[in-house]
Design a protein around this ligand. Structure first.
Ligand code: FE
Ligand code: CA
Length: 515
């Protein structure tokens, strides 16, 4: 596709100078195709562009045609040809790859292009064109060469963006920090009902259950300008947690089984997964099969880092309801297949850093002051046997680092071989990356009054905090430098960002320390 065809020459001469003008972009398509093309309305690219799951030689490019994004999309019930182009420069003078993809109604007119044949560790620019309209330009980056040992990788860890709790202001700062990729570990949308008293109100009239309702919810979230800009400026690696479907769901069990019969919940899962796929820059391996979706996967960043992205929702046992149940050895978080897949990937890893993206917190949270323990049963604490077996495994794994979300707090911990024994070995580090907006602007004094006394019960905690924001990691061979980036508010569209804490994980020295 990189040859200097007549088409390409025409594009190169006419396209660059007037970027954004549909007239010039028409030269992009052969005459016959142009004649067959029906014009699409203004705003067909209102959901922006995104990219994801970088490989050394490939990247997924994403867009979705939706001129009426909050009302089902507003597209005709037919497939539409979408041209895409990826270039080595911002002005699209040097095209690397291009082609035509089909935006199909059965996928909400989303487009997922799995581009291959690219150069490793390189920045590219991309854009789409359909129906005489040109998309915004996106920027993305491939993963480093598979044999590369050195270099550095900058990763931003984000999760939990509740539209009704605030504006997604941390992304404006993240954009300025220019990460190589964004790791999003769940709660991309919240399924909650619109609230009249919220900072920003959810669309619709209730919780989403149908495909169209989920589509509308995702479309609303994508209209946040900071989120859209972050998607357009770096690739994302995503996984879902509970709120992409239903609070605290587990396998095929909803939060309130009394309110949602099994068949209805399975239909809801299928709709939620379908909409998730349609809106995320993920490969075709993530196309759902009814109420099933494959999201656990591995990505390699040279010999520097291996990223294991987990699915801690779909294969888990239903949550325990007490301390004894949490210790039942039959409780599983990953399911047998995913657990085997994870262990294989950790044991055989050639990487310096073995990163695990876990939606939910892995380190212990003991909520019982003094004698005795009280856990959250939705987190890894509720699945003691499997978590503890994983901690034992970590003693034999090089540099395991867990990146999590869900808690709506920054919680940075040493991982212990045995949390019941404060004297046991440290086997790894965990960063729970607060939230983009969920829980809004918290009262910090109230948070610390409640949580600081628990530090004695949880001596593995290094930093706990309740500001909104994200974590930023500079990963190198000798260590990881981490920064907790926070914003002063999510109650308006603008915020000031700062570094709350700086931490360091040394290679081959398990654990994390505050710098
Ligand atoms: Fe959340
Ligand atoms: Ca205790």
């Amino acid at each position: 596709m990189t040859g200097a065809t007549p088409d390409r020459r025409r594009f190169l001469t006419a396209g660059a100078a007037v970027l954004g003008a549909a007239a010039s972009a028409q030269l992009w398509l052969p005459t016959a195709a142009r004649a067959a093309e029906n014009p699409l309305p203004d705003g067909v690219f209102s959901l922006g562009v995104a990219s994801g799951d970088p490989l050394p030689d490939g990247i997924v490019l994403w867009t979705r045609l939706a001129p009426d994004p909050l009302n089902g999309g507003g597209m005709p019930d037919s497939a539409v040809a979408v041209e895409w182009e990826l270039a080595e420069d911002e002005r699209f003078r040097k095209t690397a790859r291009r082609g035509v993809a089909q935006a199909r109604p059965e996928y909400g007119h989303s487009v997922h292009v799995d581009v291959r044949g690219l150069r490793p560790g390189r920045t590219y620019w991309y854009r789409f064109r359909a129906g005489g309209r040109l998309s915004p330009t996106g920027r993305t980056r491939t993963a480093p060469h598979p044999h590369r040992k050195g270099g550095s990788l900058r990763v931003a860890l984000a999760s939990c963006q509740n539209w009704q709790h605030g504006y997604f202001t941390p992304y404006a700062d993240m954009l300025a920090q220019d990460p190589d990729f964004v790791l999003f570990v769940g709660d991309y949308i919240y399924e909650s009902t619109p609230s009249a008293t919220a900072v920003r109100r959810h669309e619709g009239t209730g919780e989403p259950y149908t495909l169209e309702q989920y589509r509308n919810r995702y479309a609303q979230y994508r209209s946040d300008p900071d989120l859209a800009a972050m998607h357009a400026n770096a690739p994302w690696v995503v996984t879902f947690d509970d709120h992409e479907v239903d609070n605290d769901w587990a396998g095929e069990i909803p939060q309130d089984p009394g309110k949602q019969p099994h068949d209805a919940f399975v239909a809801r899962l299928a709709a939620a997964f379908q909409a998730y796929y349609e809106h995320m820059p993920v490969r075709a391996t993530a196309i759902p099969d009814g109420p099933h979706i494959r999201m656990h996967r591995r990505l390699e960043f040279g010999h520097l880092a291996r990223l294991n992205v987990l699915d801690t929702r779909q294969f888990r046992s239903d949550q325990a309801t007490g301390q004894a149940g949490a210790q039942d050895p039959s409780m599983t978080m990953l399911g047998a297949d995913q657990k085997e897949w994870l262990l294989d990937g950790l044991r055989d890893s050639p990487a310096r850093w073995n990163i695990i993206a876990s939606q939910i917190m892995m380190a212990e949270t003991d909520l019982q002051l003094g004698e005795g323990k009280l856990w959250y049963y939705d987190a890894w604490d509720g699945y003691q046997a499997e978590r503890n077996a994983l901690m034992a495994e970590f003693t034999r794994i090089r540099n395991p680092v867990v990146l999590s979300g869900d808690r709506h707090l920054t919680m940075i911990s040493d991982l212990k071989e045995d949390f019941a024994d404060p004297g046991s070995d440290v086997v790894g580090a965990e960063f729970v990356g607060t939230s983009i907006s969920s829980n809004g602007d918290q009262d910090q004094a109230a948070f610390h009054a409640q949580w600081d006394p628990l530090m004695a019960d949880n001596p593995h905690w290094k930093v706990i905090d309740a500001h909104r924001g994200y974590h930023l990691f500079d990963i190198r061979r000798d260590g990881i430098d981490a920064r907790v980036r926070i914003v002063d508010t999510v109650l308006g569209p603008q915020a000031a960002a700062s570094t709350l804490a700086t931490l360091r994980v040394e290679s081959d020295e398990p654990g994390v320390r505050v710098v």
